[in-house]
Write a protein of this length. Structure first.
Length: 235
């Protein structure tokens, strides 16, 4: 009887693998230098294999939104952090002392420090707080000083998109049916391949912590779990 080469739930392992595969695709312009076999075709093929494994063996064909949300969450982290930092700087410059209360209202005071450390859960909470605190009146005040309204609208859109990632932990529970040896072999092959990607990519980005985190499997697992437990009400 075949045994699993990993200690995670099957669905967690596959969703985290999908996130890593998506990160590989997003960073191919860098990583293709490290390995000539890492091409668009390879990355797309890996994602397709993971999708097929999920649909054929876990019966989660109706959970495609969950998988896409998990990947999307990882893909917008860096641009969202950049936009938040850029907006914060403009608010501080434009409002001087009054900026303290504005930034507090928008969630910066409570969550920004953790966001800067790459905490994905804190990013979700900050974006939700931002959306909740950005009234039309405040938006008008900020844009009147010269901030491009498109920047604010983009940050609000990020928060809207992340609604899809806020599913309950129950969505990650596996069915109790026994998997065939064929399924376990396929899962092990995916895990081994993705772990190889993580080791090489993490070494490539050893001096870029945020990039390196995108290829740390345990981080992908923890980020995914954090994303699912955050709710609007918690903010």
């Amino acid at each position: 009887m075949k045994t699993r080469d990993y200690n995670y739930k099957d669905v967690e392992m596959l969703l985290a693998s999908k996130t890593i595969a998506n990160n590989l695709s997003e960073n191919l312009s860098d990583l293709s230098i490290a390995r000539t076999t890492w091409t668009d075709k390879y990355a797309a093929g890996l994602e397709l294999r993971i999708d097929d494994a999920i649909e054929n063996y876990l019966g989660l064909d109706k959970k495609r939104t969950l998988r896409e949300a998990s990947s999307h969450l990882a893909s917008i982290q860096n641009p969202a952090m950049r936009d938040l930092s850029f907006l914060k700087t403009q608010i501080v410059v434009d409002f001087d002392q009054a900026s303290v209360e504005i930034l507090k209202r928008l969630g910066f005071e409570k969550h920004l420090r953790d966001v800067q450390k790459g905490n994905q859960e804190a990013l979700i909470q900050l974006l939700y707080a931002f959306r909740k605190g950005m009234s039309k009146d405040l938006k008008d005040q900020i844009t009147a000083k010269g901030t491009n309204p498109a920047l604010i609208e983009r940050l609000i859109a990020y928060a809207e998109d992340l609604k899809e990632a806020n599913v309950s932990q129950e969505s990650l529970k596996e069915s109790t049916k026994l998997l065939s040896e064929e399924a376990i072999e396929i899962f092990n092959d995916i895990y081994e391949e993705v772990m190889g990607i993580c080791k090489i990519a993490a070494a490539f980005y050893q001096y870029e912590p945020l990039k390196k985190e995108q290829f740390t499997f345990s981080k992908a697992i923890s980020n995914m779990s954090a994303a699912h437990k955050v709710t609007v009400e918690e903010v």
